[in-house]
Structure formats: structure tokens, C-alpha cells
Design a protein around this ligand. Sequence first.
Ligand SMILES: O=P(O)(O)O[C@H]1O[C@H](CO)[C@@H](O)[C@H]1O
Ligand SMILES: O=c1cc[nH]c(=O)[nH]1
Length: 254
Amino acid sequence: MSVVDKDSVGRGERQFHIGVAPGEVGSVVLMPGDPFRVPIVAEFLTDVREVAHRREHRTMTGYYQGKLITATSTGMGCPSTAIAVEELARVGVTSFIRVGSSAGLQPGIEPGDLLVSEGTLRNDGTTAAYAHPGFPAVPDLEIALSLRRQAARLAEGAGLGWHSGINASDDAFYAETPEWIAELNRLGVLNVEMESSAMYVVARLRGLRAGMICAASSNLVTGASVYDEGTSRLPDGWRCSIEAALATCVELDL
Ligand SMILES: O=P(O)(O)O[C@H]1O[C@H](CO)[C@@H](O)[C@H]1O
Ligand SMILES: O=c1cc[nH]c(=O)[nH]1
């Protein structure tokens, strides 16, 4: 019997799920959930190239202020996010910034507002396969602080608010009961999304850096939602969070 050691699978090769090979990406990647949002990151870049699009993982590269930037979509949820982070690490990426959308859990968060992550409550199954339940899912400190600075600098000009705090990662979008939403609110959790837990835990275990800045798509305790309003606040928030993440890449030379 020859048991496969997944740790050594794909090293130095074109990656099985994301379709990217060493030399095709930079050292830092911006990661929206949705493959159709990767071109929005590319709008900010020059010399743009689509590297691959396999399954939910679309990858484009380009330059921002002379720095090579990669954008790869995670798809929804921690399983596909962990695969994308593992495979991007195998082709040379060392820093990961999620630029997602997320639901607010505290009053005062308006759709489109920027949400900077200071840590994630791990309500997912994927990271349980990687680490003890008490292992923290936390961003790289310098990335989180830089994202806060950029959010503070950019939000007002875009007509948006900004907030910073602990978020949750849930596995099951439609299993977020009123009781669970109320409990997260009671704990002071700022917002909920579905990917940062895996991004942070996998990055930490591999000695890599990660952070997250989202735009609020709705507020689960006030009922506010961009989907009802027909405003541009969510795309405005996505663009502003991408600008903030790009400024962090430059500021920290990721
Ligand atoms: O818009 P994205 O970045 O995908 O983020 C959020 O949207 C999806 C759920 O609607 C989940 O992926 C959640 O994390
Ligand atoms: O997990 C999530 C993410 C966005 N919106 C929600 O309602 N839940």
C-alpha cells in the first residue's frame, strides 16, 4: 500500500483545482468569493492577464503601482477556500487578502459599509480538520492594521461608513437561524461571511499572511439589504475594499 501524502501533492506543478502554475502569479493575492468579481479587481490593474478559470476559481494578474497583483476567487465557503489557499501557496503566494461581501450583525452597519476583520469565530467544518477548536482564526496583525488605516482613509470619500471587529464564518448560509444571529449579535460579532476562517487557519499553519476587508451586503439585525434597494452601495463597497486592499499590498510591500 502506498498512502498519498497530500502535503507533497502538486508542489512545483500546475495546480489541480485552480489551474495555475509556478511563475504565473505574484506574491500577494486578492480573493473575492465570486469569480465574476475577479474582473472588478482587474479594473484597478494594468497589463491584465487571465491566467486560468477552473471551477469557481478564476485567476487574473496585473500591476498596481508597479507591483504584481493576483486576484483569485475562492468560491463560496471554507472547503473551496482552503483548496485555493493551499494551491496558491504551492505556486508561490505568501499573502492573501479576502475582498468579500458580508452581512452586518450590529446596528449602524449600512449596506456597502466597509468591514475590516480582526479575527474570526470558527463556525465551519473545514478548519476542524486542520486544527484544535481553540486554535484562533486571526489575520496577520500588520495586514489588519493597514486595512483599518486604508478603510479610514477611503470610506468617507466613497460615501460609506467603516467598521472593524470580530466576524464569524458560517458554513451554512440558510441555517443561520434567528437564534444564531441574535447570539452572534449578543457576543458583539460585527459581521458574518463564509471564508475567512479557512483562509486564516490555513495561512497560519503554512507560515503565510492573511487579512480581510468586506463590503456589507445586508444587515441581519436591522433587515437592511442592498438587494431590496437597487442602489450601487454594494458595488461601491466592493470597489472601495479592493482599493483599500491594493493600498495595503503597496504599503506593506506584500
Ligand atoms: O460575496 P462573497 O465574497 O462570496 O461573500 C459572501 O457571499 C456568499 C454568500 O452569499 C459567501 O461566499 C459569503 O462569504
Ligand atoms: O454568511 C453570510 C454571508 C452573507 N450574508 C449572510 O446572510 N450570511
